[in-house]
Write a protein that binds this ligand. Sequence first.
Ligand code: SF4
Length: 304
Amino acid sequence: MPRGRTPRQPARTGRQDRVAQVPLRQAKGKLSPVKPAPQKPRGGKDISATKTAHGGTDALVRPASAETLSVSKVKKRGHYNPLDPARVAEILKRLDQLYPDVKCALTHTSAWELLVATILSAQSTDVNVNRVTPELFRKYPTVEAFAALTPEQLEPDVRSTGFFRNKSRSVVGAAKKVVADFGGQVPMNMQDLLTLPGVARKTANVVLGSWFKIAEGVVVDTHVHRISRRLELTTNNDPQKIEQDLMRVIPREKWILFSHQIIWHGRKLCIARKPKCVDCPLENICHAGDKTWSTVEMHKNAKA
Ligand code: SF4
């Protein structure tokens, strides 16, 4: 407490209590009550005049759902919590509506093919990998066929996916290990998968989740990384920490589907540059700092 100031005793009438409810600066007439500033998207357009792509209705008058209201109640109390279970549940619900039946986009017919395709997908696109793998798996139909190669022999076949020397080394190394240590079968657990060359948690989670249907973790690829930050489900940048954050807030039975849904969302709407916020059903519960259009407060630290 500042020197020289002693607490005043409350009057029996309770008058001081009422006076104290008015902020001091405001009572002196020096400051008018603070009104929230309207949010403007990048480019400076006034959102109140912006039409949506959902049939031309202004999103500012869009009726809020019960869940949205409960989120705003949290806000009103001054304790906005992006990890509020009601908010997370609403995000999952909208993703379910948007992407009800999504699967891994990498073409594969076995755990081994999925493992190879996932290794090849690093720093590449699924479309690019899917162009290469059908011919690759026709040429080398088994894990033993890959194990019999040298990395140099594989390089021409995977060159177009980029980083082909490293990828060839990883694929051939993984094949040799699967044959030597696991009887030619891709292991079904995280610990063993992580012993394979070129396999980190992301690849292991893809194989466990998409092929074996085992929810051991959450796949954190570039889309999950970016969108989890935009949706304030994490503030981390390190994929392992992001995965831990997501595992804490997403129910385990949703881990596999959530990754697929977010990956599709990242391809379709929440793209890295200029996300299509005006078309996004998550818009009014997303406060990303790099939104291109917004009807809600934007949080400057919530971005990719
Ligand atoms: S509103 Fe925009 S930034 Fe937020 S999730 Fe949708 S597309 Fe991404």
